[in-house]
Design a binder for this molecule. Sequence first.
Ligand code: AKG
Length: 263
Amino acid sequence: MKPEAVGEREVTLFQENGFLQIPEFFSREEISELADALDSTVEEKRARMLDSAGEVPDAYNQVFNQMVNLWVDYDAVRKFTFNPKLAEVARKISECRQVTLYHDHALIKPPGESSRETNWHQDAPYWPMEQIGALSAWIAVDDVTIDNGCLQFIPGSHRYGRLEPVPLATEGASVLKMQEETGVKEEVKPVTMEMKAGGVTFHHGCTFHYATSNRSAAPRRAHAIIYMPDDITYNGRFDAGGAKDLEVGKPFSGSRHPILATG
Ligand SMILES: O=C(O)CCC(=O)C(=O)O
């Protein structure tokens, strides 16, 4: 589907389900450019991070290797993070005037025996935002299937609002289990987002989502961008976008949080 064709039907789907899939958003040529960019930048950034901050816990790396804010240092990735069509779809489906970047991140799920599932979770509990409403675009850089860890969503789960964070490095932790323990009977009908490289899914920050471990022989590469609709303000917690000058209660702004689309 061409991004320009996103209209009322897709807006309604996103508002009702909390996610939207757009196959073939990027062409084969575009996605191989992003794949090359991720391959080189992720390695270089990892080496720099290890020098300055030490190792990320193994359990977390078995879920995925996450590289945040690649756009800041790498123009080849920035081109995708700032892609105006992607940002415009995020703006349209979240029905807002403009969207601002929170951060981008490469999410590489390693293959093999030690690969681990991405626990059922919501994103919003990890973000330093007063309001909910922020959303992610998740770009499949490889073909993704149930075997290598495509995303799965629970339709309508964004209506539960923001719950407690789920530890992603703890095996078996799950927002679904948490819901059960508090007496909420969730009708669990996950929808599986298999797609070819170049496809994109958008999900609301409160939508329950999950990915199996990567049982293939190659890494599962994805690049995700988090967008904040206009009314989102900073709540004072750690800003993974890297801004040092945000004011509590004020909208995210400044060079680390550029506006990516305006209606
Ligand atoms: O890539 C994954 O396995 C999980 C991605 C995710 O949780 C997200 O983009 O919010």
